[in-house]
Design a protein around this ligand. Structure first.
Ligand code: NAP
Length: 274
């Protein structure tokens, strides 16, 4: 699998998404996020993942506008939060996010979490935003197979299949069945918390594999997701780590090591450890 920082995956509507992006969850609003995004863009990242919830959309926008990188070259994702779900409220939430980002459109707009009873109305608004050009692609996040089926099977209303399901995905939460379901339905898996938020970076198997390839544990985890064909969005506010996390294209995990990593699954959901 030959990849580099410019490698893209093609979404189900033809839009191309860079395989590696910078996540900014818990990246403090203001100068910290602005500096992290500026640095990432400077060293070649072309994909940033934010959300209304993160409170730093305007800092992402500022860094982008001051970077000198053209809008078309950068892929920006943001998300509609639970309390804004519903038809009109989703449309309005997107407008507010665009204003904060200082953008006319986002590249990917996601439903952040499923909210029971609101999925279909919210999805209709997402489709509207796609048709209006406010988002180049639309998708979901934290959706299970059941949640995805609700959208896919609502055949009266559904005209667009989600381009992406953004999920927690790493060897300790290897969501194999969901990955396969997504593949079968042309939904691209995006791996969030790919570094387990630091919770398993010192796991002995990860450390041993890292040593074997002359890489760091973080690089091994990112590479594992890439080799499962996921788009990956590690977060860091530190320049040396942002750089380290991008140096994942000069090695390839052998099939036996992929299998070993696959076997580490323990259904660890770090997203619920906050
Ligand atoms: N859709 C959703 O519900 C959802 C949920 C969670 C996350 N996400 C997205 O996915 C992105 C990534 O997930 P995440 O932020 O939860 O976790 P993560 O990327 O797995 O881990 C981030 C943590 O690892 C540290 N770190 C980064 N690079 C490192 C390295 N090379 N070596 C050691 N430690 C390193 C970071 O610290 P420093 O920053 O101090 O370097 C931070 O504490 C988020 O930022 C967000 O964009 C989405």
């Amino acid at each position: 699998m030959i990849l580099n920082l410019e490698s893209h995956a093609k979404l189900n509507n033809g839009v191309e998404i860079p395989r590696l992006g910078l996540g900014v969850y818990q990246s403090p609003p203001g100068k910290t996020t602005e500096r992290a995004v500026s640095y990432a863009l400077k060293i070649g990242y072309r994909h940033v993942d934010t959300a209304y919830l993160y409170g730093n959309e305007s800092d992402v926008g500022k860094a982008l506008h001051e970077s000198g990188v053209s809008r078309e070259e950068v892929f920006i994702t943001t998300k509609v939060w639970n309390s804004d779900q519903g038809y009109n409220t989703t449309l309005q939430a997107c407008e507010r996010s665009l204003r904060r980002l200082g953008l006319a459109y986002v590249d990917l707009y996601l439903i952040h979490w499923t909210v029971q009873g609101r999925s279909i109305e919210t999805w209709k608004a997402m489709v509207q935003l796609l048709q209006e050009g406010k988002a180049r692609a639309i998708g979901v996040s934290n959706y299970t197979i059941v949640d995805l089926k609700e959208i896919l099977q609502n055949s009266d209303d559904v005209i667009v299949v989600p381009a992406v399901d953004q999920l927690e995905f790493h060897p300790f939460l290897y969501q194999r069945e969901l990955l396969q379901f997504c593949k079968k339905n042309s939904i691209h898996l995006e791996a969030y918390s790919p570094l387990t938020r630091g919770k398993r970076l010192d796991h002995q198997t990860i450390v041993a594999i890292a040593k074997k390839y002359g890489k760091t544990p973080a690089q091994v985890l990112i590479r594992w997701s890439l080799q499962h064909d996921a788009v990956v969005i590690p977060k860091s506010i530190h320049e040396e780590r942002i750089r380290e996390n991008s140096h994942v294209f000069d090695f390839q995990l052998e099939p036996d090591d992929m299998k070993l990593l696959d076997s580490l699954n323990e259904n660890l959901q770090t997203v619920f450890l906050d």
